[in-house]
Structure formats: C-alpha cells, structure tokens
Ligand binder design. Sequence first.
Ligand code: IPE
Ligand code: IPE
Ligand code: MG
Length: 265
Amino acid sequence: MVENANAFTTFASRNMSLKEQIDIQRLPRHVAIIMDGNGRWAKQQGKMRIFGHQNGVLAVRDTVEGAAELGIEVLTVYAFSTENWNRPKLEIDALMHLLVQTITKETPKLMENNIRLATIGNTDSLPPKVAANLKKCIDKTANNTRMTLVLALSYSSRWEITTAMQKIAEKVKSGEIDPKNINEELISNQLNTAAWPDPELLIRTSGELRISNYLLWQIAYAELYFTEKLWPDFRREDFYKAIIDFQQRERRFGKTSEQLKSEHA
Ligand code: IPE
Ligand code: IPE
Ligand code: MG
C-alpha cells in the first residue's frame, strides 16, 4: 500500500508542473533572497560585471512576479550591502545608475501587479537621485496590497542592530523604557523589518554558503536554501523549487519530531 502511494507521488510529481507541486496553504509568508553571482555570470561571457547586474534585473522581475502570483506576502531582496561600498567606484556608480533606471521603469509593473515597494538599510547614504526615485516609487505604491517587495539597500544586519541598540538606549535614558522590559519583541520592533514577520525561507544563489551580514536577527529560525544558479539565470521556476524544498522540511523549533507528529494528530 505504502509502496503504491510512493509510486503515485513519484508519478504525480513527474507529471505536475513545479507550481502545481506547491501547497498554497503552507507557503512561507516572508522569503528573503541574497541575489549573488552577477559578476561571475558576466565574466563567463567575457563581459563587464555591470552586464551581469543589468541581466540580474530580469531575474528580479520574474521572481517578484512569480512570488506575488503564488501569494507570498513579503519578499526581501539583498540588492546592495554596506560592504558593497568597498567595490570599485565605477561599479558602484553603474549600480546606482541601474537602480534609478530600474525603479523608474518598473514602477508601472509594480502598480499593475499590486505590489508595494519598501526599503531597509541606510538609505541616507544613497546618492540623492537614487533616494528621490525610491521615495517616488514607495509613495506611489504605498496602497498596494498583494505583496511587499523590500529592497535591502546599503543594508547590513550589524548596522541595523547597532542602530536599534542606539534607539533603545535613548529610550532607556529618557525613562521611556525600563531595561527589565527589553525583550525580543521590543528589539524586533526597533529593526528596519518591524512591519513584517521574520523570513521563514532564505535563498542564496551562486553557490556561496554564507549569510554576508543579512538579516541575522530575523533568520534565527529560517530554513536556508542554496543554489548553484547565478542570479541572472534565476527564474520563477527556481523560486518554486526553493518553496517545494522548504515544504518538505520538518521545522521543529527545538522540539522532537514525535512531539510535532502528536500535535498534528
Ligand atoms: C550580486 O552579484 C550583486 C551585488 C552584490 C550588488 P555580485 O556582483 O556579487 O557577483 P559575484 O558574486 O561577484 O559573481
Ligand atoms: C551579498 O553579496 C550582497 C548582495 C547580494 C547585495 P556579496 O557578493 O557582496 O557577498 P560576499 O562579499 O561575497 O559575501
Ligand atoms: Mg557576490
């Protein structure tokens, strides 16, 4: 009997599209992505690194659309880290220019797809033109409700946590809060991501097995998914694969497998 059931599952998954294999009732609410590998993608073709970043935009568009269509509530993508300011000026300038261009070009698509744009990170450090364009797009899409697309820009988790600690210290100093009342919720509420649930799934492309200062507090219990695909080659089907993988895992949160089974029985 069990064997037959397994045979059926194998048969079914072979004949079902990736999208159909996803259980819509068990989607992660928040998915975070480290979009990595643009430079290597370009290099493989003998092109400048910026060519990879330009082609990465297509991957963002397809993934965002695929995620929104599925019903993901929040998608947070790492677009530029605090540490990326250490790259050659030429690459930084080109990336900033691409950002302005892309935001302007993609705003109508975000409107059409009912997607809201938000940012996390030290946006004060961005060139004024980038900041102005971002603000325009954020304001325009503010009432969209299907999905929130969060761009991590000039973001690093340690910067975010340090800033949060400064804010909390100020509140303690002014007497607004008692140190005894500092708890996880209060800390979460001081982070840039306060408005959203923690990501349940973190995807990193390009085969690198590290977190690179991304959402360290928020991913405490996230499932990690790594793929060899370079970001410009990533498409919604790759996103579906990550979701399917996520749905096959047992998230125990410190409990035993037996406990979980009896809770669900
Ligand atoms: C990710 O691709 C995009 C950014 C960090 C802005 P990379 O530019 O890091 O590409 P690789 O990792 O060098 O291939
Ligand atoms: C992480 O990628 C940052 C972004 C994807 C924006 P990097 O390519 O900068 O990460 P490291 O330096 O290889 O860890
Ligand atoms: Mg990289």
